[in-house]
Design a binder for this molecule. Structure first.
Ligand code: SF4
Ligand code: SF4
Length: 169
């Protein structure tokens, strides 16, 4: 019969020897392999105590940015939502009122801003599309959770905290 590959091995069907029947040589061989692995460097990362190094271009959880005075940068233009291939971003725009200049940088701001992290593929297109440097993807790993609702990140979850020394109020 024509051989298809050179990997075929003829099975040895001869009766087992005494040594093979008591399995001890096989057990010793197996234990030797196990002991050999004990002293090798493990490939397992003991997360969360240990964290593996990420690529410098890793894209994690989104952050909504403030300007140097602590005002929200987002002007609810919708370009990030338009660029998002997963349709994960939704927002509602509102007009800034007189006296709110310290809160919102532009005349329009996002009254609501949501990202559905179950849809997000962390491509970074939203960050690239934003003309106001308002949204970017941080190095924080998306935390696991138990409910679908907890993966809808609202503006309050995404916005970086106000600087404590905001004197413009
Ligand atoms: S990272 Fe990509 S998928 Fe996620 S919200 Fe931004 S544009 Fe959409
Ligand atoms: S995050 Fe940027 S692109 Fe998205 S709505 Fe706000 S200003 Fe526009």
């Amino acid at each position: 019969m024509q051989k298809l590959t050179n990997r075929a091995v003829k099975i040895d069907r001869s009766p087992m020897t005494f040594g093979e029947r008591i399995y001890l040589p096989g057990l010793a061989k197996g234990l030797g392999i196990t002991l050999g692995h004990i002293f090798k460097k493990t490939a397992t990362t003991r997360y969360p105590e240990q964290k593996r190094p990420f690529s410098p271009v890793f894209r994690g959880l989104h952050v909504l940015n403030r300007d140097e005075n602590g005002a929200e940068r987002c002007t609810a233009c919708g370009l990030c939502a338009l660029a998002c291939p997963a349709e994960a971003i939704t927002m509602e725009a509102a007009e800034r009122k007189p006296g709110e200049e310290h809160l919102y940088r532009e005349e329009k701001y996002a009254a609501k801003y949501e990202i559905n992290m179950l849809r997000c593929i962390f491509c970074g297109f939203c960050e690239d599309a934003c003309p106001k440097d308002a949204v970017y993807l941080s190095e924080t790993v998306m935390p696991a959770n138990y409910t679908r609702a907890s993966f809808i990140y609202k503006k309050e979850d995404l916005l970086i905290p106000e600087p404590k020394n905001n004197d413009n109020k």
